[in-house]
Design a protein around this ligand. Structure first.
Ligand code: HSE
Length: 344
């Protein structure tokens, strides 16, 4: 049995989803994979910080947050450590960076990841900021320090879109990737199509844990643009930044636009697209009106879908959850198991 001690930096939707998965499936993973995942430290800006070198009980963490909104009730020998102290001084072998996403600076996540890598710790993250803005730099740093970096949850949450691309489809020659990569906007558009008002649909997407802390990033297309950058750079050999994406969100779409599309047998979807163009790639995020018979028109709610167009296989489409506590928490399990396989 191989034990992995984990420090979680951030204990919001993703961290709590991951803790829930460990409560429910941790023992099964030990039996199935010979890997034991033990959370020893959690540091969250709002909820506080706890560290027990022997391990924290995931159910205790969840109960404390549910009852008090804070980690304060959790018994632990060390409390109040900030993120950097937790990263560098805890006994974690793996740091899970789960702080809020900032697609302009990538901070504080980039600093957290660099500190962890320099301290010789493996890192896993579902945070799009550092992956969209600093992936090459972080990968190089990780190689120099002999550690790995797992980023599966940064696109399509736990639906293994990146791993499918990097490990399987890359060799088939990916020429275009397009799809629905933002759960919040797809949920809003689906609810509006069913008659809901925009504000109500957005509030529901927030309550269900799909939206970013600042949902402007979702509805204005920044979140999808970040994912397009990640797909372009990780799956298609691109080297683009956020400003290279031709981006438009859904805020200009009205209930009337949606109703008249429905009357024509069409549906609005926020489509992300990246394709080969000359020596580079061309990327966009835009609302598009699709006939209801189009495969992406039938992808509703927070579900995401990506079609990879490849030279050798033609089109390969992956449909699955794109947001939410458990699906995104599960992405961390995939990255941990990939690390476990790589070390075996
Ligand atoms: N806010 C994002 C979404 C979360 O709605 O898709 C998952 O990246």
């Amino acid at each position: 049995m191989q034990t992995y001690r984990l420090a979680l930096i951030g204990f919001g939707n993703v961290g709590q989803g991951f803790a829930r998965i460990l409560c429910d499936f941790g023992e099964q993973y030990e039996k199935d994979f010979g890997a034991r995942f033990v959370i020893t430290a959690v540091s969250d800006l709002q909820k506080g910080s706890v560290y027990n070198p022997e391990g924290l009980v995931p159910a205790d963490l969840l109960n404390a947050v549910e009852v008090s909104g804070s980690l304060e009730p959790v018994a632990a020998p060390f409390k109040g450590w900030d993120a950097l102290k937790t990263i560098t001084e805890s006994n974690a072998d793996v740091v899970a960076e789960l702080s809020f996403t900032d697609l302009k600076t990538g901070e504080p996540a980039i600093s957290h990841l660099k500190a962890a890598i320099k301290a010789g710790k493996h890192v896993i993250t579902t945070n799009k900021g550092p992956v969209a803005l600093a992936f090459r730099e972080l990968t190089k740093l990780a190689q120099e320090h002999g550690v790995t970096i797992g980023v599966e949850g940064s696109v399509m949450s736990g639906t293994p879109s990146l791993r499918l691309g990097t490990e399987m489809l890359h060799a088939a020659g990916v020429t275009c990737i397009q799809g629905i990569v933002n759960g919040t906007t797809n949920y809003i558009l689906s609810q509006m199509d069913a008659g809901a008002a925009y504000a109500d649909a957005l509030a529901e997407a927030q309550a269900k844990g799909y939206a970013e802390a600042d949902p402007t990033g979702d509805v204005e297309g920044f979140d999808a643009a970040g994912k397009v950058v990640i797909m372009a750079n990780l799956l298609m050999g691109g080297n683009i930044t956020m400003s290279d994406v031709d981006r438009q969100g859904i805020t200009n779409l009205t209930v009337d636009d949606i109703k008249s599309a429905r009357a024509r047998g069409e549906r609005w979807k926020l489509i992300a697209r990246v394709e080969k163009a000359g020596q580079g790639v061309k990327a966009s995020v835009k609302p598009q009106c699709l006939p209801v018979t189009h495969p992406l028109a039938g992808v509703n709610g927070a579900t995401n879908a990506i079609t990879y167009t490849t030279t050798l296989l033609g089109d390969v489409t992956l449909i699955g959850p794109g947001a939410g506590r458990l699906p995104t928490g599960f992405a961390l399990v995939e990255d941990l198991l990939a690390l476990h396989r790589s070390l075996k």
